[in-house]
Design a protein around this ligand. Structure first.
Ligand code: CAA
Length: 263
């Protein structure tokens, strides 16, 4: 069943949603500002991800208009901003704990992309900056156009990346490369993203949709429950000892045996 979010709510959030069979595609849809992100967009994404039905096996995240996302909408850092989102500077009147809790709410959709129920794919063309880079990092896989440009801009703005991007970046490229990319806030081009393990596939932009379709076919070819349980095992492996991981494998296999036997 598709999420109950209305067309008006999607437009307000700056999102498009298409659910076709096992595939849900969430498109950031504010191309006039290069898909810059605002809290109502994150709330919409969290709602969509929370309401996806069990038939959804793959979630694709992409941007409208030939670019992924220019990151946080910079108007949120403008103290004179007065629209419904307000501005982040005004939140400094809140207590430390209130700000921490608020950022926790903003982080929700980024964290939800790790849900083992589905495999998440960022399709990145053009820019993936700041929150855009972190959104791409929050997905399990990145299919990237040669013209893509990733940048962790936050340190250049006097900030830290706080939208769930630091751990997957270190996991993908290692501590030293992650530090170099973040501390310099340099642009990482698509071909380099492939070489350092940030992207799983790098192709000319015109080939993105074909590669995406083939990847989805391959990812959905096998038993859903087995793929889900395997994703969970792989996610949890780095934080476990070998002994504990062996136990987790055995335990997961019991559930698979019983599922295959119809019990
Ligand atoms: N917020 C708001 N508006 C943005 C925006 C952003 N992040 N990025 C682009 N826009 C707007 C521009 O102001 C411009 O608007 P107008 O047409 O009204 O002038 C429009 O989008 C097109 O932008 P450009 O002409 O700059 O487009 P470009 O293709 O030449 O360049 C770009 C694209 C490299 C992404 C460039 O727009 C850019 O550098 N944007 C800012 C990126 C940035 O600093 N993002 C914040 C990162 S920090 C973060 O995300 C997380 C955090 O917590 C702080």
């Amino acid at each position: 069943m598709a999420p109950a979010i209305s067309a008006e709510e999607l437009a307000h959030a700056g999102l498009q949603l298409a659910v076709e069979g096992a595939v849900a595609t969430i498109t950031l849809d504010r191309p006039q500002v290069r898909n810059a992100q605002v809290p109502r967009m994150w709330a919409g994404m969290a709602r969509i991800l929370g309401e996806l039905g069990p038939e959804v096996r793959v979630v694709v995240v992409r941007g409208a208009g030939g670019t992924f996302s220019a990151g946080l909408d910079l108007s949120l850092l403008d103290p004179s901003q007065t629209d419904e989102e307000g501005n982040f500077i005004a939140t400094l009147a809140a207590s430390d704990q209130e700000i921490i809790d608020q950022i926790g709410i903003y982080q929700l959709p980024f964290a939800m992309l790790a849900d083992p129920r589905f495999i998440t794919i960022a399709v990145v063309e053009g820019h993936a900056i700041g929150a855009g880079f972190q959104l791409a990092l929050s997905c399990d896989l990145r299919i990237v156009a040669e013209d893509a440009r990733f940048c962790m801009k936050e340190p250049a703005l006097g900030l830290v990346p706080d939208l769930v991007g630091t751990k997957p970046l270190v996991d993908a490229v290692g501590y030293a490369r992650a530090l170099e990319i973040c501390a310099t806030a340099r642009f990482v081009p698509g071909d380099e993203a492939g070489e350092i393990g940030l992207a799983q596939v790098v192709v000319p932009a015109a080939e993105l949709d074909g590669v995406l379709a083939a990847t989805i076919d391959a990812l959905t070819a096998h038993v859903h429950g087995a793929v889900t349980a395997t994703k969970r095992l792989l996610q949890e492996a780095p934080s476990r000892s070998l002994e504990d991981q062996r136990l987790a494998e055995r335990t997961a296999q019991v559930a698979r045996f019983r599922a295959l036997a119809g019990g």
